[in-house]
Design a protein around this ligand. Structure first.
Ligand code: MN
Length: 204
């Protein structure tokens, strides 16, 4: 039985400056993400056999989670999974723009990389309240942009997320206050398209 743990960031809290500020990164990772991990473990303590299940499988098969902890696993398992993904797609030093197969798919689906960014930003801006905007691969291997509420992850709906952006206020409020659209525009400066390309290949 292994409890879930907070994954280390692959870079420092200051690494995404000036786009994403150090204080936001520190609180977001060490407090918010840590809380999702702790609350997930607390829920699973009531059904310890579920510690043998991977995080992805827990969130993918939410309906098989016992009802008394399903809500907690949805929120906190989703929160753990979403944030783990989020830190990975923001690693600095990677490709600053898509290339190869991923670029071909983006161009044929959305017209251009700019149009894709626009679609993701619109999904994030129009998500009322807290949630996420995603680039996903659907069951037909097609690219799609979707958004989810709260800490829901598209894998629960049979979609494979390859790029997700957190639009909860805690992700941007210290630096951008109410300006979620500015945060979304800025965020694309720190996307690591190498990781997105790897996620895309894995989803195909
Ligand atoms: Mn968050």
């Amino acid at each position: 039985m292994t409890k879930h743990t907070l994954p280390a960031l692959g870079y420092g809290y200051e690494a995404l400056e000036p786009h994403i500020d150090t204080q936001t990164m520190t609180i977001h990772h060490s407090k918010h993400h840590q809380a999702y991990v702790d609350n997930l473990n607390a829920a699973l303590d009531k059904h310890p056999s579920l510690f043998d299940k991977s995080l992805v499988d827990l969130v993918k098969e939410l309906n098989s989670v016992p009802e008394d902890i399903r809500g907690a696993v949805r929120n906190n398992g989703g929160g753990h999974l979403n944030h783990t993904h989020f830190w990975e797609v923001m690693t600095p030093g990677g490709a600053s723009t898509p290339s190869g197969k991923l670029l071909e798919a983006i161009t044929s689906t959305f017209g251009s990389v700019e149009a894709l960014k626009e679609a993701i930003a619109t999904a994030g801006k129009t998500r009322f309240g807290s949630g996420w905007a995603w680039l996903v691969v659907d069951a037909n291997k097609a690219l799609k942009v979707v958004s989810t509420a709260n800490q829901d992850n598209p894998i629960t709906d049979g979609l494979t997320p390859i790029l997700g952006v957190d639009v909860w206020e805690h992700a941007y409020y210290l630096k951008f206050q109410n300006r979620r659209p500015d945060y979304l525009t800025t965020w694309f400066n720190v996307v690591n398209w190498d990781v997105v390309a790897r996620n895309y290949e894995a989803a195909l």
